[in-house]
Design a protein around this ligand. Structure first.
Ligand SMILES: Nc1ncnc2c1ncn2[C@@H]1O[C@H](COP(=O)(O)OP(=O)(O)O)[C@@H](O)[C@H]1O
Ligand SMILES: [Mg+2]
Length: 252
């Protein structure tokens, strides 16, 4: 990466970070100041409400900082990817089990084609990708609904689709959701918290492994007023020769 490019990235990063940190910090400061100056005038109910807001906003900050640390790692040249052959079936099942714990009412349906070839990826990064996508599937879908995960071979790519019901994404927002800090404003996203970094990180990781990710949202004509949202990940199957070349370029 050239220097001017690096500096531009850094400036973008600082400006978005300051902007994003300001909102929760301002509200933490505001509610603490109000409580300190008007303690005697506030009833217990209001105090509790204010402290709840402070707690929520602190959690939001912690989540954001964690994601930002991920971003600085993404941007650093020395990104530690350890490439190995991986059969995706078990790691996907493990990810589903973890997300199921967080969203016990959601159903998860995983179908994996027999004899799927291995992909050549970093296992931890692959898990991070799947966690982000499956978590989103649960987070942005109605209670008790089903998140479907399908894995199959498509030309020379292992294809993984993660789909859920939810409020549809406009075609004009397809690119936007993969950029930094972008969230779509609708009643469902307003209800759940997020930093808008998940898909940005996910796309970056996939591209570092020479894969692609795309989204498709289709309105369901079933009176639910909802859409089916599908995220499709393609990871290339690498020949032994290609694997060797990647290994070589990693070691210096
Ligand atoms: N599975 C999904 N179903 C519907 N909308 C989604 C889904 N995944 C992502 N989105 C939309 O894309 C936005 C960006 O997602 P993401 O980068 O993961 O950030 P976050 O989840 O923190 O908001 C979300 O705010 C939401 O509007
Ligand atoms: Mg997310």
């Amino acid at each position: 990466m050239r220097m001017d490019n690096l500096e531009q990235n850094y400036e973008d990063f600082i400006s978005t970070v300051s902007h994003e940190l300001r909102t929760p910090l301002t509200s933490i400061r505001g509610f603490s100041q109000t409580m300190l100056s008007s303690w005697d005038k506030l009833d217990d109910e209001s105090k509790k409400k204010f402290i709840k807001i402070i707690e929520e906003q602190s959690n939001r900050l912690i989540h954001m900082v964690e994601n930002m640390l991920s971003i600085t790692k993404l941007q650093s040249v020395n990104n530690n990817f350890v490439f190995n052959e991986l059969n995706i079936k078990v790691p996907v099942e493990q990810t589903i089990a973890i997300v199921k714990n967080q969203y016990p009412d959601r159903n998860f349906k995983f179908t994996c084609k027999e004899n799927l070839p291995n992909v050549f990826v970093d296992k931890d990064k692959f898990q991070q990708i799947m966690t982000n996508l499956i978590e989103n599937g649960a987070k942005y879908s109605p209670e008790n609904s089903t998140v479907t995960i399908e894995a199959y071979l498509d030309n020379n790519n292992v294809c993984i689709e993660v789909a859920n019901k939810g409020i549809g994404i406009d075609k004009s927002d397809y690119d936007k959701i993969f950029t930094k800090f972008s969230r779509i404003d609708n009643p469902l996203t307003r209800k759940v918290q997020g930093s808008g970094l998940g898909l940005y990180i996910t796309k970056n990781l996939i591209e570092k492994m020479e894969g692609t990710i795309s989204v498709n949202s289709e309105f369901l004509n079933d009176n639910s007023n909802l859409s089916k949202i599908t995220f499709k990940v393609l990871l290339p199957v690498k020949s032994i020769e290609e694997q060797a070349r990647i290994k070589c370029s990693q070691s210096h």
